[in-house]
Design a protein around this ligand. Structure first.
Ligand SMILES: [Zn+2]
Length: 353
């Protein structure tokens, strides 16, 4: 305490403070205007007004609002707000605190316009149906037959036939489709997800048929990416192959890798919620098409899901190892019904964006 008084009263101390002011010009420059006041909104009422559900990823410090109409991601490390797959409201500083989040003025109205018909200039317009693009991934293929059916059929063949039927139904409705393997070819797993990322698909659906040691197991299952894979680690896996035009979000300058990672991570946080939505819509349609049991939406360790940036699901149509279900999976009418269900689920999902 005594030493402190001595230091304050020292002439050198006072002189150095005056010199400091003089050199930095603090005495002559007018004070900086305060930063614009942030408009903070209660997260729960914001979600209610937009008809979306809110969830916080506390580990990543990200706030996601999602629902049938779309997904909004608030990431404090970004200047802007991610609406579906785009960085909108550029320059806006995201602050999340005490159940509140900062939003630009008129945010709710502008989102309403975005989710409805017309779109404000800064926010992307709703994609017309003919511009939708779906990637269909028939599991296994070539030297990898997948599960062998109780009656001798190959899983890879069931997957390919159903995927081709889904593709035809979507194309008939004007929706663009890319198949990861249009024929009986072997395609590496990472390559399958990369195809979806490169074409910037709106949805990725992998089609498989199950097998279990217990031959009485039956029913369909829809998987989404396991939560043990963080969005940050997934962003690292796909950053170099995911073609997002960041320069337009970055004042025309090319974005740093760190910034690309943050944006992809935000998109992944949103697409995780939308994958669940897609899964439940596909399950709902499968439930109408078959009396086979619904085994629910499950978390899967699948690479095609982990590495897909867009909403992605893996559908297990039924069990090849169950003699009765395996027989059904070989019947053209049953495959047709399953394919219609998947196509209808996808269309409901894309319509609700
Ligand atoms: Zn499989």
């Amino acid at each position: 305490m005594r030493q402190y008084h001595v230091a304050v009263r020292s002439p050198f101390f006072i002189l150095s403070i005056l010199l400091g002011f003089f050199l930095t010009g603090c005495t002559t420059r007018p004070p900086k205007p305060p930063p614009p006041r942030l408009h903070m909104m209660k997260i729960s009422s914001l979600a209610k007004q937009l008809g979306l559900k809110a969830w916080r990823d506390f580990a990543a410090d990200i706030l996601v609002l999602s629902g049938q109409r779309g997904t909004i991601v608030f990431n404090p490390r970004l200047r802007g707000i991610v609406v579906d797959d785009d960085v909108c409201f550029r320059g806006h500083r995201v602050v999340i605190t005490d159940g509140r989040v900062s939003v630009p003025s008129g945010f709710v109205a502008r989102c309403e316009e975005r989710f409805g018909a017309a779109a404000p200039p800064e926010v992307r317009t709703k994609k017309p149906r003919e511009r939708w693009h779906v990637v269909l991934d028939a599991g296994h293929g070539g030297r990898d037959p997948g599960a062998i059916g109780a009656n001798g059929g190959y899983e890879k063949t069931v997957n390919l036939v159903v995927a081709q039927l889904v593709a035809a139904k979507l194309q008939h409705r004007g929706i663009g489709v890319t198949m990861t393997r249009p024929r009986d070819d072997f395609v590496e797993l990472n390559q399958r997800a990369a195809i979806g990322n490169r074409v910037r698909a709106d949805a990725f659906v992998s089609i498989h048929a199950d097998a279990a040691e217990n031959h009485s197991a039956r029913g369909y299952t829809v998987f989404v990416a396991h939560t043990k894979y963080s969005d940050a680690s997934r962003a690292l896996l796909v950053c170099d192959e995911y073609n997002i035009n960041l320069s337009k979000h970055n004042g025309g300058r090319s974005a740093s890798r760190a910034r690309r990672l943050e944006i992809i991570r935000s998109i992944l946080a949103g697409s995780r919620a939308r994958s669940r939505r897609l899964a439940s819509l596909v399950r709902g349609e499968l439930g109408k098409a078959t009396d086979s049991p619904d085994r629910g939406t499950r978390l899967g360790p699948y690479r095609v899901l982990k590495r897909s940036v867009c909403p992605a699901v893996l559908v297990e149509l039924g069990f090849m190892s169950n003699p009765e279900e395996s027989r059904r999976l070989l019947r053209p009418a049953y495959r047709e019904a399953l394919a219609s269900a998947i196509a209808n689920g996808l269309i409901l999902f894309l319509d609700g964006r």
